[in-house]
Each structure stands twice: as C-alpha cells, then as structure tokens.
Design a binder for this molecule. Sequence first.
Ligand code: MLC
Ligand code: AMP
Length: 494
Amino acid sequence: MTNTLYDALIAPHAENDQIFLALDNGTCWTYRQFVQRAAQLAHVLRKAGVNAGDRLVVQGPKTAEAIALYGAALQTGAIYLPLNTAYTQSEVRYFVDDATPTLVVCDPGHLDAMTDICPCQILTLADDDTGSLSIAANDQPATFDAVDRGPDDLAALLYTSGTTGRSKGAMMSHRNLLSNAVSLTDLWQITDQDRLIHALPIFHTHGLFVALNTSLLAGAKVRFMAGFDTDKIVDELPQSTLMMGVPTFYTRLLGYPRLTHALAAKMRLFISGSAPLLAETHTAFEQRTGHRILERYGMTETNMITSNPFDGERIAGTVGFALPDVEVAITVDGEPAGPGQVGMIEVRGDNVFQGYWNMPEKTAKELRDTGFFITGDLGVQTEDGRISIVGRQKDLIISGGYNIYPKEIEDVINDIAGVLESAVFGLPDPDFGETVVAAIVLTDQSLSNDAIANMVEPQLARFKHPRRYIVMDALPRNTMGKVQKNILRTEYGT
Ligand code: MLC
Ligand code: AMP
C-alpha cells in the first residue's frame, strides 16, 4: 500500500522520539506520540464510516489533537476540509451543503448549531481534548494501515471566496501538497534542528500546509501556539530559529519595545506572506532585529508560487523568484508580457490545484487547458525573473491575511429592505493592512448604520464586518455604469 502524503510526512516518524509539538501548557508531543494518536483517530474515522474520497469537515480549536486529526484524515484517504472558526452558522451551511461530508468535527460549543445544518454524523473536538472524537479514540489501537492513495488523489478541499460572491472549494491533490512542501523545505533549508514559532490558524494554506507540512517533512520542532500573542512570541524568540507569519505579525512585533537584535539572535529566518509586506515594515524590522524578512507569495489554489531567496538578496516590496518547480508567466490578454510590463500573474506546476469542487465552468475560466492558473494578481518581472505584485484585478480586500470578497458582503447588505445598493472596499489600516468599509445608498432614509450592522453581522464572520458605513446619495460610476471603487478609496482613504 502507498499513501503519498502519509508515507512522506507521517510514516517516517513512527519511531521518532524527538519533540514535534511544544504546547502553551508546557507539555510536548513527540513525533512518535503524534503518529500513534493519528492512528487512533483514524480508527474512529473509519468506524464513523469515513472512506477514501469522503469529505471530513473540521471546524475546531487549534490543538495538537487537531493536527493528529489531519494526519488521521490522510491515513483514511478522506478529503480534509478545514473551516475558519469565525464562520457563522449560515456560512458553514453553504460549505456543508456543497461538500456533502460524511463526518463533521466541531467544537462542543457549536454542536447544536451544527446539528441544525448537518444531515451527517457529528463528533466534537474540544480544546482540552474532552470531545466525543477524542474520547472515542482513547481505546483504539495505536497503529492503522494507511489507505492506498496516489499523487493524483485528493487530500484536501479548501474553500476560498470568489469575486462572484460564492465560495469555491479548491481541490488539492497529494502531489500538489507534497511537491510544495518539498520545494519550500529545500529552499528555506528547514531541518530537524529548527524550532518554528507557529501562531497562525490551521484552517488555511499558510498555517496548515506551508508551516506544518514542511515541519513534518524536515522533522522540525514546532512551538505550537493557540493564537497570536505578541508577549508569548517575544518570549519564544530566544529559543527558536524560524517564524512564519502574515504582515500583521511583524507590524505588531515592531510595536513592542522588547524586540531587539539580542532577542532574535538565534533566529535564522523570518518569513512573511498571505498579504503585501510594506517596504517600511521590512526596513524597520531589519533595523530592530538585524533580520531581513523573507517575503513569499502564494494562494490557496496554488500553494506557494514565489519566494525571495534564502541565500541571495531579499528585496523589500518584491516576492522573489518562481519556486524551482513552478512556472510563472506574466501575460497581457493571454500573451507574454515583456520585462517590466505589468500583466496577469499565471502559474503552472505540480503545486497547482485540480479545479473547483462541483464547478467545472469556474474551473475552466481560471485554469487554462495549458495548465496555467490565472491568479487575478497583477505583477511585473525583471529580466532575471524577480517578481513584484503591483495590484489585483480581482476585487479583494486582505485584512490581517484573511481574504474578504466585497461581493459577498455587498450581497448581504443589498438584501436589507431600505438599501438600494452598496459598494464594499478596503481602506489602509495600520494593524490589518486593509479594513472593510461599506458605502451604501438608501431608499429608506430612516435606516441607521447601527440597524444595518445589526442585520449584517449575524450572517458574516467577524473579520468580514464593515468597520464603517458611509451613506451616499449615489455611488460613483464610470460611463459604463461600473462602480468606481478607486474614487471611494481616494476620497475616504485619508
Ligand atoms: C481578527 N479580527 C479581524 C482579523 N482577525 N478583523 C479583521 N481582519 C482580521 N484578520 C477581529 C477579531 O474578531 C476582533 O473582533 C478584532 O478583529 C480584533 O482582534 P485581535 O484580537 O486584534 O485579533 P487577533 O485574534 O490577534 O487576530 C489577528 C491576526 C489573525 C492577524 C493574528 O487575523 C490571523 O491569525 N491572521 C492570519 C490569517 C492567515 O493565516 N491567513 C493565511 C491565508 S492563506 P472584535 O469583536 O474584538 O472587535 C493565504 C495563502 C498564502 O493567504 O499566501 O499564504
Ligand atoms: P488566498 O486566496 O487566501 O490564498 O489568498 C491569496 C492571495 O493573497 C493572492 O492571490 C494574493 O493576492 C495575496 N498574497 C499572498 N501572498 C502575498 C504577498 N506576499 N504579497 C501580496 N499579496 C499576497
């Protein structure tokens, strides 16, 4: 039997007694314990009827047990589908309806809400490991024969919102995930001597695949934190060698007086991605710590695409070069752009996903027959291949590393009686990079901003909530009738 990801990431650690996860409460899991726990959980999944190709939805706490559950999903051949813990019931309903999972695992506090919307079986995962999944696993055998899965079989389904408002499930194969983990581990020279500060959520590509698949491949130690806490990160820096974060991590660390060269002396690499890192953050961080942050660029559908070099020059404001096994093309109207010419960033390689779940038309629009995926990001490339992202063709806000699609919020606002139309856009924010603002035109002038917020907020995760509503007589439009969000951004951006 072979199982591409299990064989590469998990099986080699069956007798490894080095520390894998160092937890907030001071306890640790060795690699061997992790492998055994994953096997126990795999038995529970199988008893719950989870077979190869079935979807396993997980919306739960960030714990070591949750990582073992990811390992268990790989072993059973299930397609792992993690969900942001901030999603509301109505958001989760869409994912469950679309993915038709065999099993849902959720926090015990969400069990009632989940029962209302899930026709399938539900088990719970608690932050103190007292959920029904954990209890059922305790008396299971500590070995499990991994199910046969090849490189082209699906390992994960990650939902990513779209410009049309409906989220799309990006189908990731074993090959997609493994090829990227191998490239990154090699490029960033991650080894079993590393200790990674892990403060990212584990329901996105960055915290789950970039951080954990590379650590598993290298046998690195992971300081696994339940969330981002500046104090705790500063405490961990002297014992650690590696950190991966979104730009907000770095701006928050810069606001901290204890951050000095001496504190980060043992660190060998700080990596940033998921959102643009301002050149001023890059410079200020180097002045304070002596480290040049390595910025890389990626996407849910493609895993990581480019990276600044580990050994060569890391240039602020650029995202570096295509990874060794990834092709990047910059195109204008589908034709190659010249050096220095702005165009669409397109990507091809083993890293590129298998298409959108149940959405062949959407897949065909974004994934060319040639294998190139159209990212929606605009970039330029120098003659020697260094890439800079200069904008986005897609209407997208990135707040603290979370993608927010304005259309999804506009749809909710426009459904409110008394609202004629709305335009949601991003304004610069010192903490999150961008913040969400909604311009609205009313038909009922008595409708207050608070009343609108009260109707919008239960339907959307907190990070998507507009932080400001601006009532206008009319939205600015061009001669074609298209709303000009650039005018709104300029007018309200100061
Ligand atoms: C939290 N809040 C946010 C927010 N995160 N609002 C907008 N944008 C965000 N990103 C809300 C909280 O609910 C809270 O609401 C308020 O803002 C302040 O919260 P906080 O305590 O300051 O936030 P915190 O919990 O510290 O979280 C901030 C953060 C977190 C930056 C640590 O957002 C985070 O971990 N972001 C990383 C996202 C990520 O992993 N992205 C990778 C996607 S993969 P209230 O009610 O208190 O006002 C990808 C591909 C690639 O993009 O290339 O990697
Ligand atoms: P997601 O769909 O959540 O995976 O987010 C992917 C998007 O994040 C990309 O299409 C880019 O727009 C953005 N992104 C990721 N990394 C970077 C980066 N280093 N600089 C600028 N934008 C980035």
